[in-house]
Design a protein around this ligand. Sequence first.
Ligand SMILES: [Zn+2]
Length: 285
Amino acid sequence: MILQLVVTIALSQAVRSRVDDQDPKSQCLWWPENSQIQLKFSADGNPLTPGETEFDGLAAALATWQTQLSACGNLTLTQGPRTPTRKVGFFEKQTNEDVAVFRLRRCSEIVPPGDTCGGADNCGNQFDCWQHQEAAIAITTTSYNPTTGRILDSDIEFNSPTFTFSTVDSPVCLSGALSTNCVATDLQNTTTHELGHLLGLAHSPSTSSTMSYRANPGELSKRVLDADTAQFVCDAYPKGRPSQTCFLPPVSPQLGKAAPGCGAAPGGLLIAIAALLLRKKAPLK
Ligand SMILES: [Zn+2]
């Protein structure tokens, strides 16, 4: 007689960002325990969104994560004062803020041909424009120590030239009639996902995850943290304990930069996110 034992193992679909997302042996990215992360919204907001509702959408996404962090986490993520800063990235010997910025123009349309903006992917900062791939809804740029994985700075940019960021709860916009009066690209939905990147999550292979890289027009489901994404907070940032790395980190003063991007074309086409991951830079000296 042959006994068959079927073992079902529930694997978490939450995937942590790493120093090299292509290398599972590289260190995970993490904020130290007791970090008080303050995300500052660019005071300019998004002029394309009615009133100041964009700030409400951003704040609602922050509150969702803070609720989970309060339940089982070891750090806080709250809204800081609005800031005039529109610069993303980490700059040594400067004051670095974690900011959320709506880019209103495409770099491809305003940066003079041949202008490299001093290199280092700096056209977005220099010309205050969207320098990333057009199909990405938003992008989170995280700067970290490439040896320890410790996050130093994380900023969110929104692709306003291409996407209609709405803040209403219903109805879903009709195809081809996107506006801010209906659910087009929901800002809270987008921001909740980006804040997962800010905290050290990569994209999940689960299409129902908050961290799925795809978002169709009209989507609201990512406003809520799925179970695996919520559990990431408890696992990586356990309340009353140190933040969990993937292995013991050595110490290095060098810095690196990661930029997980995410998006879907207005028609809902899949975007190869790997193209964005190639933006990752060699560590800065
Ligand atoms: Zn993403």
